[in-house]
Design a protein around this ligand. Structure first.
Ligand code: SIN
Length: 491
């Protein structure tokens, strides 16, 4: 990544996870300004991803089977054509990543394939075992550093957009980490803006996401008037390490694919008799079972002591996290709990990543391409970032926008941040009302409270939009699960 870029106003890519990096790389030769809130180019949720890339590469697998599993996990709420596009592009995405320097795990010359929840067969390639996301971001980050069209700036938030004649023409960058001198705002001219800002997990009390995944990009798009959809669909990962704190280490689903089993408080298999795929049922099903068991007291443990689990090769990240908390998973079951993991909803885009606002694009978790439906299939998110990032980048490479002359100028800002106590209150509220199991009454009460906070900060405004979408969806679907028996119990 270089210090300057010739050729007019840049494409501004906001976020340096897998989706942002793929877009930036594919946009050559357009000049790209890649910004992120972290100090490092690689600060993103992608780095924490332990799952890999789902691709129908096994002899007994097919793109059609990958499509069917994606639709079944997504409760058939998906955009079927986009799902076919995603699954059909998966093998090429793996080959392209290898060409970028990602060394996927192999046995001899053959790619190793792992099984995760909702997949009917082993279909997931990993790199460095459960360090897949970190390995991908490292390789793509290195490629971006070498690319002369990409200029990187860290410690920067984008909190405003300028629209001229309805098209995005400028963005407001706010420098963070400014050594106490207060934030410095700078409006810069841009040719296009790509939001690759990730999800909203950090708005919940417990999440597998980093703190930067707080929905800031989504809130900015909403402030500008972009069309959004499916905000109510929040995926909870059933097995975060049950430790104190907000951002919890993930305990990858691939462990269950390798034979680990969830046990209830009495030591019985939690998923027995609940779903034909048992421990490898789609994630929403398992998350609800873990949530329900937690509510009844006693907690849930993942027993990963089986002989089939090669900790050092396949699960070094989980092993290190567990040991850091004083748990040796080779000798005792791991305490687990559900935590907010992935947002299926977001900024509505077409198949090229274009939002409803000319010049504003979205890719990766912040986007709603329709591929995930009401509940994402495991290891389809990094895949989405690669496939749709490359498509969007290639589209941008070929389409330099004409200069906008005239038209009304409108500047929009995301708005003030909530203060720390209000943020804690909001995250407790969201977690209680919009968790893996919801009630109509709980959603209505939380919406009233979030609505009261909305004028104090954008996070509450975003939470209120999510709660409103959840309130308005009357039946259960995928990750949005209403259980009105809870209302009767609570009455
Ligand atoms: C996991 O490794 O369990 C998470 C994978 C994913 O989110 O797709």
């Amino acid at each position: 990544m270089h210090g300057g870029s010739a050729g007019g106003a840049p494409v501004l890519v906001v976020g340096s996870g897998v989706a942002g990096l793929c877009t930036a790389l594919a946009a050559a030769p357009r000049p790209v300004l890649l910004v992120g809130r972290g100090r490092q180019a690689e600060d993103s949720a992608s780095v924490l991803a332990q799952g890999g890339i789902a691709a129908a590469l096994a002899a007994d697998d097919s793109v059609a089977a990958h499509v069917e599993d994606t639709l079944a996990a997504g409760a058939w709420h998906n955009d079927h054509a986009r799902v076919r596009l995603l699954a059909g592009a998966a093998a090429d995405a793996v080959a392209w990543l290898e060409a970028q320097g990602v060394a996927f795990d192999r046995r001899g010359r053959t790619l190793r394939l792992a099984r995760e929840g909702g997949h009917r067969c082993a279909r997931v390639v990993h790199a460095g075992g459960d360090a897949s996301g970190a390995r991908m971001v490292a390789a793509l980050g290195e490629a971006a550093r070498r690319a002369s069209h990409i200029h990187w700036r860290g410690g920067v938030d984008v909190h405003g957009l300028e629209l001229r004649g309805g098209r995005v023409t400028a963005a407001c960058l706010r420098a963070l980490h400014d050594d106490g001198a207060g934030p410095v705002d700078e409006w810069i001219e841009v040719a296009d803006v790509v939001l690759a800002t990730g999800g909203i997990g950090a708005l919940f009390a417990r999440t597998t996401n980093p703190v930067v995944a707080d929905g800031a990009g989504l809130a900015l798009a909403m402030a500008a008037g972009a069309v959004v959809a499916d905000l109510e669909f929040v995926q909870f990962h059933p097995t975060a390490l049950d430790a104190p704190g907000h951002s919890l280490p993930l305990v990858t689903e691939a462990l269950r694919g390798a034979g680990a089993r969830l046990l209830d408080a009495t030591g019985r298999p939690l998923m027995a008799g609940r779903h034909p795929q048992g421990d490898l049922a789609p994630r929403d099903v398992v998350a609800r079972a873990v949530w329900e068991a937690g509510r009844q007291g006693g907690g849930v443990r993942l027993d990963a002591r089986g002989p089939g689990i090669d900790w050092e090769r396949a699960f070094p990240t989980v092993l290190a996290h567990c040991l850091a908390y004083g748990i040796d998973p080779r000798t005792r079951p791991i305490p687990v709990a559900p935590a907010a993991h992935f947002h299926m909803g977001g900024v509505v885009t077409d198949a090229l990543g274009r939002s409803s606002i000319p010049g504003l694009h979205a890719v990766g978790e912040v986007a709603c391409t329709g591929v995930h439906g009401a509940n994402r299939l495991a290891s389809n998110s990094l895949l989405e970032g690669v496939v749709f990032g490359r498509r969007l980048g290639a589209h941008l490479a070929q389409s330099v926008p004409a200069a906008v002359d005239g038209g009304a100028v409108r500047r929009v800002l995301r708005g003030p941040d909530l203060d720390a106590p209000a943020l804690v209150r909001l995250s407790d509220l969201l977690s209680a009302a919009a968790g893996p199991v919801r009630t109509a009454a709980g959603l209505a009460a939380a919406l009233a409270e979030a609505g009261d906070l909305a004028s104090s900060g954008w996070q509450a405004e975003l939470a209120a939009a999510l709660l409103r979408a959840a309130r308005d969806r009357r039946g259960s679907l995928g990750a949005h699960w209403l259980d009105d028996s809870l209302v009767r119990e609570q009455a």
